[in-house]
Each structure stands twice: as structure tokens, then as C-alpha cells.
Design a protein around this ligand. Structure first.
Ligand SMILES: *Cc1c(COP(=O)(O)O)cnc(C)c1O
Length: 416
């Protein structure tokens, strides 16, 4: 797959020029499996004596001439070589026909994608999703009259009705311009049928955006299922070491690519060279990390089901998950996030997060280190998320150490 050829023939303005054509020679063959692509993509050209990793160059601007050639680097906010290797790798993983777009955070990519909703247009969102994405969607309602339709994204009929506008006539928005999916959702782990929702959205002229942070392109490739744009918090699994804050957007559509790129250029939420390099460094082990973490997660979920201190456990890999079958069809694995409700309510959950010694009580996920958090400690979290629900991001430590610590913390959670 050839990445970073100029995206759109209609992008002549120098300030909108695509990233450098002098990109690393791609070692990505479209027949490569994802576990190979994460290792092989985004390498410098193979020449005797050449470095095997991209260099880190700090330069805010580039030597110019009167009329820059298409793709010539002109200024770092518009495009820099630092982003190219990661963008090439991510596009190959998501099977996109355009390069990926690296952003300064997941929220920067998300707000750029939310900007695709025009004033007064209808936007379908999951009732549960990454809380800041929903806050950003509500800002669009206040600022430009966007019609927000909040649905259970696991209920495909409800999503279809909201997309067509059926039963939503009162808001005057008509068919939805954008359907926003997150699957599995954060933190409730609901699964949306990406292919079915994409068919409905396209039948009314809308587009589908999928936040693929939880699944990663190793387990789920929304563009192949018909979605139009994928966004990521690269902060999480893709970088994977809890050491950078980054985001990305990926699409195969040249016009959507140009829009998202414009938003990055003029919004200015860009990645620094060192962070972009660290993201690529982290990506190299994505397949191994995801494989180990989801193996750990499924086994912990199975054990937790029978734990006397546990009221409820959810994980897409458990047979009693409501969308277990759909997850099995749509994904290449069930992921490494689970949720857990201890007996004894929010107080017990808080005692648990206070008692862990190996697990990190912290608000992130997708790192090598296992993390656990009571989501409702945040005022912005949806009220329908149970007070005692713990979001559990399982890392790559030894399963038995994770289990021993969780088991002792669960016991502490039941003490009063
Ligand atoms: C963390 C997260 C985000 C936000 O990403 P940042 O890099 O923190 O800006 C968006 N979506 C999901 C699903 C997340 O978990």
C-alpha cells in the first residue's frame, strides 16, 4: 500500500499541501497481517548504512521558495516528517486509502471529526461514550444548533431510526449528517453493529465516525465494515506506555481527509516530534501487548464472575455479554477492558481502588500497566453508569499477580 502520495488532486494551496512526499520507503505490503505491519511500517528507506528507525528532527519551519512544490514541507504545523511514519503505519493497519492524521490528543482528533457536523444538522451519539466526546458534542448544540440524538448504540433499530430521523421529527434536523459510534463503548462496553449502521447512514447521505480506541485496528477495522472515519486516542493502546498524549483520525475519503487535515492545520492541535516518535516506538509491540492483555482480561473476567465480593462483571468475551455474538463476528478479539461492580456500592468500589498495590488507580487505559477506576467519581460521567462500576484496563503483567492483588483488594472492599 502506497501511503503519503498527495491525497487530493484538489489541494493546490501551499498552506494545505499534504505531508512530505519524501516519506520513508514503505515496507508495508497489503498482504501483511497486522502483527507484521506494526513492526514493518514507517521505516526509513533501506540503504546500506541507513538507520532502521526514523530520526527525530526539531524544526518549526523549512527552507522555502517562491512556489513550493506540491507536498513540499513549508511549516511544522501544516506538515512535518515527524508524523509520517506513524501516519503511514496507522493507515496501513486501518486499511485506509489516505494517510492517517496524527493529532496532539484523542480529543483534538475527536473535535476535528465533530466539526464535520454542520450548523443545525443532526448528530447521533451513543448514550454512553467517552465523556469528553459527549461534552464536545453538547458544545455543538449550544454553539451552532446541532440536533443531538442520544441512543443505545447496541440497539441497531434505535440507531437506524435516529439516523433516518424517525421519531425525532420534533428536533427538525431531518436525517443525521453524522452517526458517532464508539464500540466497545467507554465504559459500558456496548457493541454497535458498524456494518448495519453504516448502511443506514449512507442510505440517508450521512457518514459514520467510529472511535476505535478500545478495540485498536488489530481487533477491529471499521473502514472495512463501511465506516467513513476512524478516530483514536493514541494515548491508549497504540502508544501503549502511558507516556504520551496523542490522537489520530483516519479515512479513505479524499474530501474527508482534506477537511480533517484543514481542521488540524488551523486548529493547531499537533504532535511534537518526540511524542510522534514514541508513538511509533510503542506501536511496534501493539500486537504482542494486545494479545497478552486480552488473554489476561478474559481469564480475569471468568474468575471474577465467581468471586463472592462481585455483583456484576462485563466483558464482550463472556458468553452472557448481550452482544457477545456480534463482537465475535465484528472483532478479531474481545479486547482488554472489563467492568466490575463490587458488592457494597460506591463506598466498596472506592475501598477497592484504595487497596490495590499492583493495579494503578488512575484514569487512563490501554497501557502496559493494569489500571482500575471508579468512573462515577467524575461529575461528567453519564448518570446511567452504575455508581460502583469500576473500569478495569488489563495490562500485560503476569495473570496470577494481577489476580492475587485484585482478590485481596476485593476482600478489603467488603470490610467496613
Ligand atoms: C481517552 C479516550 C479519548 C480521549 O483521548 P485523549 O488522548 O485523552 O484526548 C477518546 N476516546 C476514548 C474511547 C478514550 O478512551
Amino acid at each position: 500500500m502506497s501511503q503519503h502520495s498527495p491525497a487530493s488532486p484538489a489541494s493546490p494551496a501551499p498552506h494545505a499541501a499534504p505531508a512530505s512526499p519524501a516519506s520513508p520507503a514503505s515496507h508495508v505490503d497489503s498482504s501483511f497481517r497486522p502483527a507484521t505491519t506494526v513492526v514493518a511500517a514507517g521505516r526509513p528507506a533501506r540503504e546500506p548504512g541507513a538507520a532502521v528507525n526514523p530520526s527525530i528532527v526539531y524544526s518549526s519551519t523549512y527552507v522555502g521558495d517562491e512556489t513550493p512544490a506540491p507536498g513540499q514541507l513549508v511549516y511544522s504545523r501544516i506538515g512535518t516528517d515527524a508524523w509520517v511514519p506513524f501516519e503511514e503505519a496507522l493507515a496501513a493497519l486501518e486499511r485506509a486509502d489516505q494517510p492517517g492524521l496524527l493529532f496532539g490528543s484523542g480529543m483534538a482528533a475527536i473535535t476535528a471529526a465533530l466539526d464535520l457536523v454542520g450548523p443545525g444538522a443532526a448528530l447521533v451519539v451513543p448514550r454512553h461514550a467517552y465523556h469528553a466526546a459527549l461534552v464536545a458534542a453538547r458544545v455543538l448544540v449550544e454553539r451552532c444548533g446541532v440536533r443531538l440524538r442520544s441512543v443505545d448504540i447496541a440497539d441497531t433499530d434505535a440507531v437506524a431510526a435516529a439516523t433516518r430521523g424517525e421519531g425525532w421529527d420534533a428536533d427538525g434536523g431531518g436525517p443525521a449528517a453524522v452517526v458517532w459510534l464508539e464500540t466497545p463503548t467507554n465504559p459500558m462496553l456496548e457493541i454497535a453493529d458498524i456494518a448495519a449502521v453504516s448502511r443506514v447512514a449512507h442510505s440517508v447521505g450521512g457518514i459514520v465516525v467510529v472511535d476505535n480506541t478500545f478495540a485498536t485496528p488489530l481487533l477491529q477495522r471499521p473502514l472495512e465494515l463501511g465506516a467513513d472515519v476512524v478516530v483514536h486516542s493514541v494515548t491508549k493502546y497504540l502508544a501503549g506506555h502511558s507516556d504520551v498524549t496523542l490522537g489520530a483520525a483516519v479515512t479513505s475519503d479524499p474530501d474527508l481527509y482534506a477537511s480533517l487535515r484543514r481542521r488540524r492545520t488551523f486548529g493547531g492541535a499537533i504532535a511534537g516530534p518526540m511524542d510522534a516518535w514514541l508513538a511509533l516506538r510503542g506501536l511496534r509491540t501493539l500486537a504482542l501487548r494486545v494479545e497478552r492483555a486480552q488473554e489476561n482480561a478474559l481469564e480475569l473476567a471468568r474468575r471474577l464472575v465467581d468471586h463472592p465480593a462481585v455483583l456484576a462483571v462485563a466483558h464482550p468475551g463472556l458468553p452472557d455479554h448481550p452482544q457477545h455474538a456480534l463482537a465475535g463476528e465484528q472483532m478479531d478479539g474481545y479486547g482488554a477492558i472489563l467492568t466490575l461492580c463490587p458488592r457494597g456500592g460506591a463506598a466498596a468500589a472506592a475501598r477497592l481502588t484504595g487497596a490495590v498495590r499492583l493495579w494503578l488507580p488512575a484514569t487512563s487505559l490501554g497501557g502496559v500497566e493494569s489500571m482500575i477506576e471508579r468512573r462515577r467519581r467524575w461529575p461528567d460521567e453519564a448518570r446511567s453508569v452504575p455508581e460502583e462500576l469500576l473500569r478495569v484496563s488489563v495490562g500485560i503483567e503476569h495473570l496470577e499477580d494481577l489476580w492475587a492483588d485484585l482478590d485481596q483488594a476485593l476482600r478489603v472492599s467488603q470490610e467496613r
